[in-house]
Write a protein that binds this ligand. Structure first.
Ligand code: NIG
Ligand code: FE
Length: 384
């Protein structure tokens, strides 16, 4: 059955060109069997069994969140409060969530994840990746990945998130690249390659073992310092290298000439009071950039893509169009997927904004302007 969504003030979709959007005003869109079968001017719309009047709101593609850590126990609000009064963020804080995650039951972990997934839909995210990384032993990493797989196909093994307390770094790296990897199922393998986490040599070991086991590589890197991780990400053809807070000119050159997306995580800089990387400048230099929430209890406890867009526009040098591109098509490219666009033949993953245009995503920070989210034509969120 065909449903025509009509009376759309602006129908927005990323163009092929990095950072550019195409906008159809006074538009309509037809959805059939979960896919888009027609879009164009409202006045030209074909006749449909069902018509839905979107009352002059805006339609954009569902956001693609290519980076989240949704399986964990406990929370770290006190650590956040201490940071806001001057304490520095360190990778080692991850270990306190590891303790809480190991203590939690499978049902508790599943409930937390399910609640956060509902928040993602409410923030207009329809495709999302989930990482492990708060188990750091074979059993809890395996369980975390099984829970993640209940919610998404984009499941990432991050056994190499940090070296667990009282473990030897090289022995732990061998465990991750050996027994742990053999025991888990995931699509992606990730490593936190940075000061206080894993060295480039250790990251190479984990990622090459993951690739040999059939997983696809991605990385956390250059969040706290620059230890030369970008060259490894590009050499291994990582789909994405995430954080990129500290990049030098050589890194930018490498990224520009690669298939590796630079994924920026405004929530992390916001919540750790770190300098914001200038994503607009990266895009202008020809780097493909994505925006993601990095939702996790330590460095970025937000599920809000509109918040990330607002910060990107306000403080990271993105134009509004670049930020929306990065949160849709950019995110899809960071997962090597084809989501994040509205075109004939695409899945009808779309979001209705209670606004006359997409600029309101940044112009109305902190306001719940997402009025509905659809996944393959099925409504997964409606604002009450
Ligand atoms: O992406 N950088 C490493 N991992 C997370 C932080 C995890 C934590 O602090 O619990 C991140 O920001
Ligand atoms: Fe992360």
């Amino acid at each position: 059955m065909a449903t025509c969504y009509r009376n759309i003030a602006s129908l927005v979709s990323p163009a092929e060109a990095v950072g550019e959007l195409t906008v159809v005003t006074d538009a309509a869109m037809v959805v059939e069997n979960g896919q888009i079968s027609w879009l164009g001017k409202d006045i030209d719309r074909p006749s449909c069994e069902t018509e839905v009047d979107l009352t002059g709101q805006t339609v954009i593609p569902g956001f693609v969140d290519s980076h989240s850590h949704l399986v964990f126990g406990g929370e770290r609000s006190e650590e956040f409060a201490n940071r806001m009064t001057g304490k520095k963020y360190e990778a080692g804080g991850i270990n306190s969530t590891v303790t809480a995650t190991r203590k939690a039951t499978a049902d508790e972990l599943r409930k937390t994840t399910a609640k956060l997934v509902q928040e993602l839909y409410a923030s207009g995210i329809t495709t999302f990746e989930i990482k492990s990384g708060y188990g750091l032993d074979v059993e809890t990493e395996k369980l975390s990945l099984e829970i993640a797989a209940e919610f998404t196909d984009e499941v990432t093994f991050l056994g190499a998130h940090v070296v667990p307390k009282d473990s030897d770094p090289d022995e732990y790296t061998d465990l991750v690249a050996g027994k742990m990897l053999e025991s888990i199922t995931a699509k992606w393998v990730d490593v936190f390659c940075d000061k206080g986490a894993f060295s480039v040599t250790q990251a190479r070991k984990v990622l090459t073992a993951g690739i040999a086991a059939g997983l696809k590589p991605r990385m956390h890197a250059n969040q706290l310092s620059n230890i030369g991780a970008i060259a490894l990400a590009v050499e291994l053809d990582c789909a994405s290298v995430d954080h990129c807070t500290f990049l030098d000119d050589a890194d930018i050159e490498l990224l520009k000439n690669s298939n590796t997306v630079a994924t920026l995580l405004p929530g992390a800089e916001f919540s750790t009071r770190s300098p914001y990387p200038q994503g607009g400048e990266l895009m202008n230099k020809g780097v493909v950039v994505a925006l993601a929430t990095d939702c996790n209890p330590g460095s970025s406890f937000t599920t809000s893509m509109p918040f990330c867009i607002a910060v990107a526009v306000r403080d990271m040098g993105f134009s509004v169009d670049q930020a929306v591109w990065a949160a849709t098509k950019g995110g899809a490219m960071a997962l090597r997927g084809d989501q994040g666009v509205l075109e004939v033949g695409a899945w009808a993953d779309f979001v209705v904004l209670d606004a006359p245009n997409h600029i309101h995503l940044a112009y109305r920070p902190g306001v719940a302007i997402i009025s509905q989210s659809f996944l393959q034509g099925r409504k997964v969120y409606e604002r009450r």
